[in-house]
Design a binder for this molecule. Structure first.
Ligand SMILES: [Zn+2]
Length: 313
């Protein structure tokens, strides 16, 4: 039986993380453990993310920003904007997480679907980070794959509850990369950037309406843009119990959303790489459960695609 290609690196979690910090760092480790326990992820078969290479990072980020962050020399104001305390562990995590999304993109091109159990840091701009985001992993991966001529066109489907403002800005003059963001309109970032298509959602939106909006756009975006690869930011923060979300999707709604995204991509014959994106809870096990939904959805669609004899993309 084929196993969903999953990318992970133990460095996604920072040892000794202050558990009271509002960023739920332990979720990465707990998610991986959960997926292994449930047989969705095979510890012998997962793909270990390598740190993103410097030349790939420089396709998006300013060398001075990279140097200052890596050396722990960003000033206090810039670190406050990021919202995470600097450490060697944070450097290792940031490099591995960006490298992981690049690896997931490569695996998706080869195998049809892949998931990075990290990444989705879509508030990162070329010369600064914000909202727990330091490097823009999806933009780095897409620029690198384009530079290698692995792809020409791509679609970013960003369903994290917050607008993918860094991503929108980075690709604002790059017609080959189409940015699509569905987000809660009254949520962070309060100064939005312009994606190729933004769908601001009203506060408190529930499953049915959300899924209908997605169904009414995604197949047409794929048809019109003809991407060679889709990157999916599967933030689970639209969940009703997410303290930063302001939408009211249930876990069943997230499963329906994620399944819809993978099935639509597969039916169109387009490879798709998913990254984790945001998701918050004081209960780290609960948030790991919520993030596992996208991996379950990917795994189901991957197995069905391969076992029913439908040719993989
Ligand atoms: Zn978010």
């Amino acid at each position: 039986m084929k196993v969903l290609p999953v990318v992970f690196n133990p460095n996604y979690h920072i040892n000794g993380w202050e558990t009271s910090h509002r960023f739920p760092m332990p979720k990465y480790q707990l998610l991986y453990q959960l997926l292994v326990e449930e047989g969705i992820c095979d510890p012998k078969k997962f793909h270990q993310a390598s740190p993103a290479p410097r030349n790939a990072l420089e396709r998006v980020h300013l060398p001075s920003y990279l140097d200052d962050f890596l050396a722990g020399q960003l000033d206090a104001k810039m670190m406050r904007r990021i919202g995470l305390p600097w450490s060697e562990g944070l450097v290792a995590r940031t490099l591995a997480s960006s490298g992981g999304s690049l690896m997931a993109g490569r695996l998706a091109l080869e195998l049809g679907i892949a998931c990075n159990l990290g990444g989705g840091t879509h508030h990162a701009f070329p010369d600064y980070g914000a909202g727990f985001c330091i490097f823009n992993d999806v933009s780095v991966a897409l620029r690198q794959l384009r530079a290698e001529s692995r792809i020409r066109r791509a679609l970013i489907v960003d369903l994290d509850v917050h607008q993918g403002d860094g991503t929108a800005w980075i690709h604002r003059e790059e017609p080959e990369i189409f940015t699509f963001s569905m987000h809660c309109e009254v949520n962070f970032p309060f100064r939005k950037q312009q994606s190729d298509l933004d769908i601001p959602l009203s506060e408190g939106m529930e499953d049915k309406e959300y899924i209908e909006i997605l169904e009414n756009h995604l197949p047409f975006l794929i048809r019109d843009h003809q991407p060679d690869l889709i990157f999916y930011n599967a933030g689970c923060d639209p969940h009703v119990d997410d303290p930063l979300g302001k939408l009211k999707l249930t876990s069943e709604g997230l499963m329906a959303r994620d399944t819809l995204v993978f099935e639509t991509a597969v039916q169109a014959g387009i490879p798709i790489a998913a990254v984790l994106g945001g998701g918050y809870s004081r209960d780290h096990h609960e948030i790991a459960q919520r993030h596992s939904i996208v991996v379950r959805a990917a795994s189901n669609v991957y197995k069905n695609t391969h076992e029913s004899g439908i040719p993989s993309p």
